[in-house]
Ligand binder design. Sequence first.
Ligand SMILES: Cc1cc2nc3c(=O)[nH]c(=O)nc-3n(C[C@H](O)[C@H](O)[C@H](O)COP(=O)(O)OP(=O)(O)OC[C@H]3O[C@@H](n4cnc5c(N)ncnc54)[C@H](O)[C@@H]3O)c2cc1C
Length: 413
Amino acid sequence: MSRITDIAVIGGGASGLAAAIEAKNIMPQARVVILEKLDRVGKKILATGNGRCNLSNINMSPEHYHGSVRNAMRIIMSTPPAKEFFGSLGVICSADPKGRIYPKSNTASTVLSALRLRAAEVGVTERCGFEANFIESAPDCFRISSTSGEKYPCKRVIVAAGGYAAPQFGTDGSVIRLLRSKGCHTTKICPAVAPLRVRPELLKGLKGIRAKGRVTAYSGGMFLKEEAGEIQFTDSALSGICVFNMAHLVSQYDGKLTLRLDLAADMDTEQLVGYLRVIQYQRGKHTTEELLTGLFPRNLALYLTKRSLGRSLTDDIASLKDSDLRQVAQLVKNLDFDVLGSAPWKEAQVTCGGISGDCVDDRLQLRSEKGIFLCGEILDVDGDCGGYNLQWAWSSGIFAGRNCAESLRGELI
Ligand SMILES: Cc1cc2nc3c(=O)[nH]c(=O)nc-3n(C[C@H](O)[C@H](O)[C@H](O)COP(=O)(O)OP(=O)(O)OC[C@H]3O[C@@H](n4cnc5c(N)ncnc54)[C@H](O)[C@@H]3O)c2cc1C
């Protein structure tokens, strides 16, 4: 058995690295170790933002966060803004026109290196290849066991092991199951920031197409949320950031969620009908196949014309009635897909749901077992796409690290 450690952080991802650094900042004499299952820390960080790491957003507000941790926004606001935090690590950041903050290098490895350099500088130890599978509570300490039978004694534990999303980066939800044995319960769990599956036969011919538009989510005719952006079609799902941001609704409206795409969001229906009348005048002698080819990529144009008219497209455009043009315009602006569910975990970026907010106190310490703190995606907090999830990871990590270190005051020499 190794010498007793003051703070063991389970998980060397975004929140775990932030927690370990902050714990050392607050309590420099504390021995802090990160126990990471993979062969190195921060692998997921390298994949974020398509390798560019969208590490935060300048538009921080509660409507971008979902979940049962009621003080999540207060926690975010009580920690340094990302630009300041990373500035203090030597990483210059800047925001794009949508407010998404990236490192100036546009490279995720800049962010990971800065975190690791600071962690090493303040004396955080990394122990990779350690897959925690049990936390035993002894009278004077905790003992964290690994799958290979190793035991790590420590005075405090910070659990930063992520959720279920993207298991290829080490996160398979096993630590959520471990925490259930510590008296924790979870809210409903499903993939978030993920493509949404729809009936594949409704996507025939659309695979690979990207179109600008507006996505509106409804349940039983009730408006839930809308967002504009690029919509991507695969052979079984709708994708793109504006679709990703609807995925958290699946847990609440499972089986009753419809996405309505408006593929001509910059025109109202009358303007679109007017445009189609002009096309009818200009291209009257051509087949109906050409009705929408001035507006959309060819396969999407054919799909929309066929799905709206419900017949073969061999007639001349001139032969279409005004009601036909209106029918096409209606469909372009109201293309409905019933959602079958989210894409699998390996395609999801975030976990919707997790350890319920009522399992932790205001300091993110477990109510059922003092001395164990939680941070990051393992908790029931998920944010929209755009830097909100990493911001939660940094902030909750700093917050848990700070409170965990403070709780040792008086116990360390
Ligand atoms: C492809 C992709 C792109 C993304 N892009 C962005 C983006 O640009 N902006 C944004 O805000 N968010 C993005 N996210 C989401 C963001 O990466 C996560 O929300 C964030 O990393 C969560 O931080 P965390 O510390 O809670 O968990 P993680 O970063 O997932 O870290 C958890 C760590 O715990 C380790 N671990 C798991 N189980 C054990 C165990 N039993 N024992 C020891 N260690 C264990 C894992 O190996 C992992 O290293 C993206 C996610 C993915 C998958």
